[in-house]
Design a protein around this ligand. Structure first.
Ligand SMILES: [Zn+2]
Length: 468
């Protein structure tokens, strides 16, 4: 019954030869084996609930789902058959949800540094076109592993341009064990219904349709894809208003800015997820708010290659739904939180004298539950709540960075990093222990990627401006 507890049996310890504690770990007896089995009664020092961090609570995980959450004493009494897993000095929090990623771009991350805007044309398209089934799978699995290490339990892939079946991407994420919103590009107007039906009821793959940018498809195709997503409860992923060049191209070709255009053709609704939206007019913000459409706020992407930073504080004030995404920049949830806050401080908070800029909590919420909501997974993940999937992190609190603690949520945004993550659990299953999978050879994957990645990059016709 997976009923091992701290100071547990010799077999629990013996079953965890991989439990060597790394540079940042501490050996208080907690072992990967404590997270195995169909039921766990977890008793963390601090539990991050939707209303904030609380102490003295326990969580019952059963069949990959949070079944009960309540006072620790009550749950311990009610489940005497289970040996509690005591997480003293640790936080149990929801895993991060990356609302915008490109899993088949992981071989070219540093190729994008220092490049002029719209690198999708000069770097990403050539790189993805050079992938085959095997290297697309490898790239996706590498990206999924990096995401898990950074505390993400869900990633949304915005649709690969690689000439492969998206099943290659699904295989990579499935094997790594991360939840994936799997976009499929349908700019030619075909394949949507089949893709949406293909992954129905899959525990970790949630299908989604994608059109890379509005100019890639006709108005009819975009509207149809949006309607299909609305019917299926999926999201249509589309990049909008990211670069000045694309906004101006849109104005010249259809007479409207991208968000305004989507609104005009009836494609903006609760099932639309626009990526970036860094260059929004007040009127476009209103359209997003009124239509219930969501966007992904991708602050690291802005820092690395953007023309602007999305006005996330403003969007929050206008009740525009938004999640947070990496855009494949770096798969580190805590550094994403930090960037989200810093970007708002630097672009608006300083100018208006707002030293709060969301008080930390805002970014934590938008990187978890609100990201899940933006992906149409609000009922599935993003929170520690009864009935939701057990997608969670165990974070070490007994570290100098978080001591003493006065406002844990804000401290997580500014002071935490991924080295503090002891365990990453997706759908109730332990996927990482101190940064590495307990049940598959991730070092071998990294070695394979180190060899295959540069070969793909060599083959691809990447057009780089050499930074000086
Ligand atoms: Zn993107």
């Amino acid at each position: 019954m997976g009923a091992t507890g701290i100071g547990g049996t010799a077999s629990a310890d013996a079953a965890a030869p991989d439990a060597a504690h790394g540079q940042y770990g501490r050996d208080d007896g907690l072992r990967p084996a404590h997270f195995h089995g169909p039921r766990q009664l977890l008793v963390p020092e601090v539990l991050l609930l939707p209303e904030g961090p609380v102490r003295g609570r326990a969580v019952l995980v059963e069949g990959g789902t949070f079944r009960r959450i309540g006072p620790a004493e009550e749950l311990l009494r009610a489940h005497r058959d289970l040996r509690p897993v005591r997480l003293d000095g640790r936080l149990l929090m929801p895993g991060f949800v990356d609302a915008h990623h490109h899993l088949t771009q992981s071989f070219g991350k540093a190729q994008s540094f220092g490049q002029p805007s719209e690198i999708f044309k000069t770097v990403w398209e050539p790189l993805e076109h050079a992938l085959d089934e095997e290297t697309a799978y490898l790239s996706a699995k590498l990206a999924a592993l990096e995401a898990l290490r950074g505390g993400f339990t869900t990633v949304a892939d915005a649709g690969t341009r690689a000439p492969v079946d998206v099943a290659a991407v699904a295989k990579g994420t499935e094997e790594a064990g991360i939840r994936c919103v799997l976009g499929k590009i349908v700019s030619d107007g075909t394949g949507g219904p089949a893709h949406l039906a293909r992954w129905e009821k899959h525990p970790l793959i949630h299908p989604s349709l994608a059109i890379a940018v509005p100019e890639d498809a006709t108005a009819t195709v975009i509207k149809h894809a949006a309607d299909l997503c609305a019917e299926a409860g999926a999201v249509l992923q589309i990049h909008v208003n990211e670069h000045l060049a694309s906004v101006e191209r849109s104005l010249k070709s259809v007479g409207r800015r991208p968000v305004d255009y989507l609104h005009h053709i009836g494609a903006l609704g609760p099932h639309t997820l626009g990526a970036h939206a860094t260059l929004l007019t007040p009127a476009e913000m209103r359209m997003l708010a009124d239509s219930g459409a969501a966007i992904s706020y991708n602050p690291v992407a802005s820092a690395w290659k953007g023309n602007a930073v999305a006005q996330a504080d403003m969007l929050a004030a206008l009740d525009v739904r938004f999640g947070m995404g990496t855009d494949g920049t770096r798969g580190d949830g805590f550094r994403l939180l930090d960037a989200a806050e810093s970007a708002q401080r630097l672009t608006s908070g300083m100018a208006t004298g707002d030293s709060v800029c969301g008080a930390g909590r805002r970014w934590l919420e938008h990187a978890t539950s609100r990201s899940a909501d933006a992906l149409g997974l609000g009922r599935v993940t993003g929170q520690i709540a009864v009935g939701k999937a057990a997608d969670y992190l165990v974070v070490d609190l007994a570290v100098p960075e978080l001591t003493p603690s006065y406002d844990l949520q804000w401290e997580l945004v500014r002071l935490a990093n991924r080295d503090l993550i002891t365990a990453v659990v997706v759908d109730g299953r332990l996927r990482l222990w101190e940064g590495w999978p307990p049940d598959w050879d991730a070092r071998a994957l990294v070695q394979r990627a180190a060899k295959a990645g540069p070969e793909v990059v060599r083959k691809a016709d990447i057009q780089r401006v050499e930074p000086r």
